[in-house]
Every structure is written in C-alpha cells, then in structure tokens.
Ligand binder design. Structure first.
Ligand code: FE
Length: 344
C-alpha cells in the first residue's frame, strides 16, 4: 500500500487483527494486541538451537542392538517421519497465508519470530536424522508414504486451498470466516492436536532413559509449540471480539466438526505408529489422551467440550497442561533468560 503524507496519527481503536482501518502495518505503536508483544518477548527469552544438545548417547543407543526394541525403532522413525515435514507445513502457512492478511503490527512481529522457530524445529529433526544416520529419503518422504501421516497432512493442507490464492482478500463474511478457520486449523489442530501423540511417544522414550538427546530437542520444540498455540488462541479470541458477526452458530458447529475429525485422524495415526502399544501406553490410552487434549482446545475458544474424559497420561500434564501454561511461562522465563536451559 502506498503511504499518504499526513500528520494524522494512527488511533489504537482502528487496530484490528484483520481488516484494520487503513492499516498502517509498519507502526508498532499504538499497540493494541499486547499478547503478541508478550509472546514475542517470551520467545526471545526461550531462544535455543538444536546443535546445543548433544546426541552422543543417542547415537550409542541407536547403534546398540540391546537398547531399543524393533517396535521402539519403528515408533521413533515414524514419529520423526511426521515431524520432519510438519513444521515446514506450518511455516508455509504462516508466511504465505497468515502474515499477509494480519493487519496488527505486533502480531506480525510475533509471526516473524514464530516462522523462525518453525525453521529451528525443522533443523532439529534434520539434526536428529543426521546424527543417528537415519535414511533421509525415507523419513522426509514419509508424509507421502505412510497412510496415517498422509491423511493428517492432506487434511491440514486442504485449508491452504483458497487462502493461498493470490487474489484472496479479507473483508467479506465468507473470506474472514475462511481466514479464521485457517488460524483455528493450523493453531488448534496442527500445533495443538496433531503434534501430541508424537510428543507423548518422545516423552515415553525419555521416561525410559532412552534417546534422551532427541527427547530434549522435542521438549524445546513442545515449549515453543505451546507458545504458538497460545498465540493462535489469543488471535482467534481477538478476532471473535473484533468481528463477532463471524462467530455464527453454524461456524461454531463447523469448527467442532473439524476438531472431531482431527481427533479421529490423530488417534488413528497413534494406533498405526505403535499398534501393540509402547512404554505401557496402548491405543485406547492414546485415543483418550487425544480426546482430552481436544476438549482443552475447544474450551480455550469458548466452544463446548465433546469428550469429558480424564487425562490418561497424567505425567504429560506437567509439561503440557495448558491450564497451567500462563503460570508455567511466568515462573520459568527468567531462568531461561539467564541459563537458557530446560527444566521441568
Ligand atoms: Fe509451530
């Protein structure tokens, strides 16, 4: 957009997540969406790089024939097969769809940081694959070969259709709902549901003192992803507040239906990754865990819970429980600032 020469100042009430009035997206102030600025600062304080974590012990364990069972090897490879392309899918959506249509400069600032973190995550998977000497061609192509991963990714990528179209513009009810649907799908489903069976498997390894380097990489990634999810939820709730007309009963039901579909895709994936269970966690536990997670996502955007189940993996809640998330970050940010280490 060309700039107009004027002494007239931008008013905070004209700021909106999308469709900001004559959006001047280069003036960080007046700042309205302070959650984005806070998220940006937390992310900077949490900065990390994959190569800071040693992989020597993992390499020895992977080479040894007596540490990992064949099922555990398959599970690790399959989980990596999902991860290796997942963050690239997330990054593409941020850069090619979300960023363009967001008119809040502080949200854009955070999106730049988030996009960099997705790159760091892809680097982390590359680092694990390379360190362990795994077959890159097999793992990076798994999203097209493994049926359950393919089904999850196809579902997610279908929400790029339309919004990746260069002529897509916000400003109509249908377009704004499409944008909101995209944010919900990528934040709550991709980052908030589709990563979680894989996170649970990696923490399963960690609880057995196996593949601790790889698990630590994933812990850092999960910390970032909780922040991405939190930011996405804050954006969704801000859009709902700024444009309540988008949040129709029909749209709400549509979102509930999408989340229910995603839950089936995710537990089907979990069941095919470890058909006979892993580390004492079985298919039924994973189904219930995913349902539990989905309910938590729903209530964060004021939609009704659908499953009402207990968390079958209470040990995961220490690390993942989003109800503690605010506190979680508030209590630990300072430590990260000084030490940069990960303590749970
Ligand atoms: Fe992310």
């Amino acid at each position: 957009m060309p700039i107009t020469k004027t002494t007239e100042k931008v008013h905070v009430n004209d700021r909106k997540i999308i469709n900001g009035k004559d959006a001047d997206v280069v003036q960080l102030y007046p700042m309205k969406h302070t959650f984005a600025w806070e998220a940006y600062n937390v992310s900077n304080a949490n900065h990390w790089l994959p190569t800071e974590i040693g992989m020597q012990k993992d390499i020895e364990q992977w080479k040894s024939t007596s540490v990992l069972t064949p099922e555990e090897r398959t599970a690790l490879e399959t989980v990596l097969g999902f991860f290796t392309t997942a963050d690239s899918i997330a990054a593409n959506n941020l850069v090619l769809a979300t960023y363009k249509h967001v008119t809040s400069p502080e949200c854009r600032l955070y999106l730049l940081r988030q996009a960099y973190e997705e790159a760091i995550h892809t680097h982390a998977y590359q680092y694990i694959v390379e360190s362990l000497g795994l077959d890159e061609a097999k793992l990076f192509n798994m999203y097209r070969e493994n049926e359950a991963i393919y089904n999850k990714d196809s579902f997610i990528l279908s929400f790029n259709e339309g919004i990746f179209d260069p002529s897509f513009k916000t400003g109509t009810l249908a377009a704004d709902q499409k944008f909101l649907e995209n944010v919900i799908v990528f934040s709550l489903i991709m980052e908030g549901i589709f990563f979680y069976s894989s996170f649970a498997v990696m923490f399963g390894f960690q609880r057995q003192n196996k593949m601790m380097g790889a698990a630590e990489e994933i812990q850092y990634i999960m910390r970032d992803e909780s922040q991405h999810l939190n930011f996405g939820i804050n954006m969704v709730n801000a859009i709902k507040e700024e444009q309540p007309e988008l949040w129709t009963a029909e749209f709400q039901q549509h979102i509930i239906d999408l989340i229910k579909k995603a839950v089936v895709l995710e537990y089907t994936y979990a069941q095919t990754v470890f058909p006979r269970g892993i580390f004492g966690m079985n298919a039924e536990n994973f189904k219930q865990y995913i349902e539990y997670i989905a309910d938590r996502r729903l209530i964060r955007i004021s939609l009704p819970m659908q499953y009402h189940v207990e968390n079958p993996f209470p040990w995961m809640s220490e690390a993942v429980d989003l109800s503690k998330e605010k506190n979680f970050f508030e209590t630990r940010v300072t430590e990260y600032k000084t030490g940069g280490t990960l303590e749970w």
